[in-house]
Design a protein around this ligand. Sequence first.
Ligand SMILES: O=P(O)(O)OC[C@H]1O[C@H](OP(=O)(O)OP(=O)(O)O)[C@H](O)[C@@H]1O
Ligand SMILES: NC(=O)CC[C@H](N)C(=O)O
Ligand SMILES: [Mg+2]
Length: 486
Amino acid sequence: MCGIVGIVSSEPANQLVYDSLLLLQHRGQDSTGIATADGSMFHSHKAKGQVREAFRTRDMRALPGTMGLGHVRYATKGEASNEQESQPFYVNAPYGIMLVHNGNLTNTRELTSELFHIDRRHLNTTSDTELLVNVLAHELQEQITGSEELNPDQVFAAVSRLHQRVEGSYAAIAMIAGKGLLAFRDPFGIRPLVLGRRVSGLVGTEWVVASESLVLESGGYEIVRDVAPGEAIFISLDGEMVSQQCAANPRLVPCSFEYVYLARPDSIMNGISVYEARLRLGNRLADTIAKHTPLGDIDVVMPIPDSSRPAAMQVAQKLGVEYREGFYKNRYVGRTFIMPGQAQRKKSVKQKLNAMGSEFRGKNILIVDDSIVRGTTSKEIVEMARQAGANKVTFTSAAPPVRYPHVYGINMPSRLELVAHGRKIPEINRELGSDNLIYQEVADMQAAILEGSGVTELEMSCFTGEYVTGTVSEEYLRWVEQNQLS
Ligand SMILES: O=P(O)(O)OC[C@H]1O[C@H](OP(=O)(O)OP(=O)(O)O)[C@H](O)[C@@H]1O
Ligand SMILES: NC(=O)CC[C@H](N)C(=O)O
Ligand SMILES: [Mg+2]
């Protein structure tokens, strides 16, 4: 998924970007990068690891300028540990462009070949973001004729061409040296991007574009709106903002997994509060549980910290069963699911969660998680609950079974690693070792997330196998499986 932010300010951008990235840490832990622009000069620093470990005071001092970009990476393409693939990505012509990207492109093979054979561009990594910045640069170059100043219409024309060439998901922010900040979202708005502003009497309007609205709230910015699917926004160095729809048939189909797991609950995305969506997921899950389980069979409802807490609270309240926190979470261990490599993820669950015996002994426990993907967490949790003395363990998931690869910015590319792929629920139950397993229905998840929002469609491919963009064929999925992230 990755977290991205772009800022046009009147004060040094480095600290503003750093503070924003700390707030987006839950979106990526592999690497961190910040770039600033001081006039037409770029400065950047990127390093492996989380924000606090990747940046030292001396790195921050080397980032002057009032326009800036930042990125926390959760790799989906290329290599998670390769510093060269951390973002922002830079190309030196036209003008000089620095770009950050959240999402995943699905026509990377076609783009790689076109960029090399037709556009004559050099690619130095296997990152899809390097493709995106090169397509943008090529298309911008095509728009510039003669020696006139770059104008926003040329930028918008380049983004329109980019939409025609690129498939998959992309929320992106780019700095164009000496010109301004460009932000754009793919024609389905799969990944989030929100625009904010801060008006100061002394310096005029300052702008921020970020993956999640909590960055705006925390920095004292007013939330202007979400960047629309297919739209591009250009902010000049002196704070003038212009925007244009650049896609032929834009359609808002946001990723359901943001609401289920990825986003912070205190964010509002596409007008939908993530926290409230999770409460509604809990309500609907409770109805399904009530249909399948005699309520006298459950002594306590328990969340798996952190992401399932809002849903679990609602399950307990609606079923009228006591809510207890039986798993203690080590706050110094990051999110397990977005770590690279199964060995690291497996080890992390044990380091992160510990069962408190008194909450389990002799009890029938109903555990709520937001989702079950590889089953790494749930298998360990069921075992921990049993070792702690639970009598009966019912496992429930606020999302439906994840049966298909996610190709739009979440690293679950292979069907074989998904515990629910090709398995019926009783088989998954056996695999997890639980006594009973209950999942949310797909229609309930969709209704819970969209309720009252005016948004009518949701990207749910990992639950349904239906992909909204082109090039996602059986052949493509097989290719992705064979070329998994290293
Ligand atoms: O079936 P799996 O492959 O284990 O993936 C699903 C689990 O991973 C996530 O937790 P994570 O620890 O990443 O983050 P959290 O603390 O926000 O819940 C998610 O909340 C589930 O608990
Ligand atoms: N999760 C993401 O948004 C990843 C961005 C990009 N595809 C990368 O792998 O670096
Ligand atoms: Mg979790």
